[in-house]
Design a protein around this ligand. Structure first.
Ligand SMILES: [Zn+2]
Length: 401
């Protein structure tokens, strides 16, 4: 007899949570939790504390500020929301880390603010899939675990961070800590609309280069000026030519310049880099340094490179493959088809993997068009994925981790 038959009441209980999960996602997605909307994030954290308070000890963690370079080339610090961490049975022989973020990419002043029902099975709204649906799946999976007879075999640590959509600048140290004390990571980023999951991911780096020149009157003393905007433009063209097999460079923004009669003395060039493998990452990192260094001897021009690979590539290693095999057998038992895909997008699973913790990171609901005003969630996947996660946690308590 399979576990689903043997523990029928646990899985029936999950099925009975369908309406509750739908209501939670709707309520949560109607609340704006843009990464920099601290009031909205706090309001949401308070709602989540109520749900999680019955399950374990909730800690509210202040995060360090996020550093960035502003349009004037100055280092600025942005305050972040608080993370929630809940732990239970920290002395159990097996420790599982579960995580998903509470922030979204939608600013409160934007037009995409409300949840609507497209049809019986499709909910549209900001963050319904990424990741408020994932928060509901994770909550029900842990509640189901606590109702199950295998709960005593496993301890868990849940992390809900408020800054994933901006690269987790304040919460990244929490992943390094979690990687040390857990055996496996489960993250509830969305699955694809057809139900497939992410097998491995590329890495992502974000950079700003401050270019300084010398200003001068464009008519009277043009020869005295050193044009920072032109130097920045040369640099960004050179950088964009580094796009190659396994590497993408996207120059995203250039700030600089002013009145037409002034040689500009400042430009800020921003770009994002994607690398498929750790080797690609090393290669592009040194190419970027070389490109900036090639301006070192340019008279009157100085360049400063800021930023880096906040998310290293997440390769398909043995630990991940082992987890995939376990998930496949759980999915078979539930009659859910599973396939795997590479994704160029990044998640906190990248960092967790780099810190040495094997993890599956797309255990959330099925849905799509995320980060767009068409974001949707397939409602029948809420209980489906909660059952899958529950069965996976059970199988992690059985075999070798
Ligand atoms: Zn997400």
């Amino acid at each position: 007899m399979g576990a689903v038959q043997e523990y029928r009441e646990v899985f029936d209980w999950i099925d009975a949570q369908a309406a509750r999960m739908r209501d939670l996602v709707s309520k949560w997605a109607n609340l704006n939790t843009f990464s920099y909307n601290l009031a909205g994030l706090q309001q949401f954290a308070d709602l989540l504390k109520k749900e999680w308070g019955a399950l374990g000890d909730v800690e509210e963690l202040s995060l360090p500020t996020a550093e960035s370079i502003d349009a004037d080339g100055k280092l600025v610090h942005a305050p972040l929301g608080r993370a929630l961490r809940i732990r239970k049975r920290t002395d159990a022989p097996r420790q599982i880390f579960l995580c998903i973020h509470m922030d979204t990419v939608y600013p409160p002043e934007g037009n995409f603010r409300e949840v609507t029902l497209v049809d019986q099975n499709t909910m549209r709204g900001p963050g319904v899939c990424d990741a408020k649906g994932g928060l509901a799946v994770m909550l029900i999976a842990v509640e189901a675990l606590e109702r199950s007879p295998w709960a005593q075999k496993v301890g868990w640590e849940v992390l809900i961070n408020p800054d994933e959509e901006i690269g987790s600048p304040g919460s990244s140290h929490l992943f390094d800590e979690a990687a040390k004390r857990n055996h496996v990571g489960l993250l509830f980023e969305p699955a694809m609309p057809d139900g497939s999951l992410v097998s491995h991911r590329g890495g992502s780096g974000s950079y700003s280069v401050i270019v300084r020149g010398r200003s001068a009157h464009a008519g009277r003393d043009p020869h005295m000026g050193r044009n920072a905007v032109v130097a920045g433009a040369e640099l960004t063209v050179a950088l964009s030519k580094l796009t190659a097999d396994g590497i993408t460079v996207n120059v995203s923004k250039i700030h600089g310049g002013g009145p037409a009669n002034v040689v500009p003395d400042l430009a800020i060039c921003r770009f994002n880099v994607r690398a498929k493998t750790p080797q690609d990452q090393q290669k592009i990192q040194s190419q970027i340094q070389d490109a900036v260094a090639s301006f070192r001897d340019r008279d009157g021009i100085r360049m400063e490179l800021h930023g880096g690979f906040h998310r290293p590539p997440k390769p398909l290693d043995a630990g991940t493959q082992h987890l995939q095999t376990q998930l496949e057998s759980c999915a078979r038992e539930l009659g859910i088809p599973v396939s795997w895909r590479y994704s160029g997008g990044v998640s906190d699973g990248n960092q967790l993997a780099a810190a040495g913790l094997p993890n599956l990171d797309s255990l959330g609901p099925r849905g799509g068009s995320i980060h767009s005003p068409d974001e949707f969630l397939m409602l029948n996947s809420l209980t489906e994925r909660a059952k899958l996660a529950t069965l996976l946690i059970r199988s992690l308590t059985q075999g070798v981790l």
